[in-house]
Design a protein around this ligand. Structure first.
Ligand code: DAK
Length: 261
């Protein structure tokens, strides 16, 4: 792969969009490689994925404007679908995905971050959906995910004005969960990944599915989804072990890692 770095670090992995000269802008090849990297994640071992950008300046500065500049209507739709498909895969990826936003997250970069479960950023991060200034709409889910994350009113303001916002404002409106000095961002994401990875993996996956599927459903349907995923945990060894450990009065016993089964 030319533009994606992937490193497994025990129970979590770090995927880096590595096209620093173009501030990690997403061209078709980057999107294809992102999909291929997801295919390669060993889900028997990896319990949390971190996505970040190469360098100190940019997470992803958007879809590649050079490549998009010559697209026809049909090619534009195909490009949009390519991005949407891979971002939807991230959103529905079985394990939690953390975006460590280390700089510009504009257009497709903001959309990539929003397809992740959790976003944290460096203090130099900048977010925005500048598409209307280029004569297009956000095309990788920005109109939908931004409205769900920060509310329709704030999403409309950001999208219609194409105004970029800084890290502190992104945190205030709920677009990111936390802001870190840039050298502390990846360690913070890794610490979070470790704390996710130590919990029962099937329970964590079921929580992701319950939250995501529930958000697309009525409350009645959502609670049924939750019940089924809760019930499913009782077929796991991890549930039996986790509860037996709690009930065991021998507090000298050391808790074993969960086994993912
Ligand atoms: N695409 C291509 N190249 C980019 C790029 C981008 N989005 N962003 C930056 N670069 C390149 C620059 O062209 C420059 O390349 P060279 O000139 O060195 O060859 C290099 O990265 C460094 O950038 P700058 O020299 O501009 O660096 P500065 O620090 O001065 O400025 C900046 C940083 C992030 C403020 C600036 O680069 C910038 O404004 N970049 C564009 C940000 C942007 O507008 N992003 C949104 C792109 S639109 C859809 C599908 C998808 C989408 C929409 C619709 N459908 C199918 C419906 C998605 C749209 C977008 O994401």
């Amino acid at each position: 792969m030319d533009y994606i770095l992937y490193e497994q670090k025990g129970a979590y992995a770090v995927l880096t969009v590595n096209r620093e000269k173009a501030l990690n802008a997403l061209n078709s090849q980057v999107l294809d490689e992102l999909g291929a990297a997801l295919d390669g994640v060993n889900l028997d071992e990896v319990r949390c994925l971190i996505i970040t950008g190469a360098g100190e300046k940019s997470f992803v500065a958007g879809a590649d404007i050079g490549e998009m500049s010559t697209l026809t209507k049909a090619e534009g739709e195909a490009f949009g679908k390519k991005g949407n498909d891979v971002f939807r895969r991230i959103e529905t990826f079985p394990i939690p995905v953390i975006a460590a936003v280390n700089g510009f997250a504009l257009g497709g970069g903001c959309e990539l971050a929003m397809s992740c479960d959790i976003r944290i950023c460096s203090d130099n991060a900048v977010f925005g959906q500048p598409e209307v200034g280029l004569g297009i709409t956000p095309g990788f889910g920005g109109t939908q995910r931004l409205a769900r994350l920060v509310g329709a009113g704030m999403a409309k303001q950001m999208i219609y004005t194409a105004r970029n916002i800084k890290a502190d404002e992104a945190c205030r409106i709920g677009l990111v969960n936390g802001v870190y000095p840039k050298e502390e961002l990846l360690p913070a994401a890794e610490k979070m990944a470790v704390s996710i990875a130590k919990n029962a993996p099937i329970a964590v996956r079921n929580c992701k599915k319950a939250i995501n599927d529930g958000l697309d459903a009525s409350m009645e349907e959502a609670l049924v989804i939750e019940e089924k995923l809760f019930g499913g945990c009782f077929e796991t060894e991890d549930q039996r072990y986790g509860m037996a450990f709690f009930l065991d009065k021998n507090k000298e016993k050391v808790k074993e890692p969960f086994k993912n089964c």
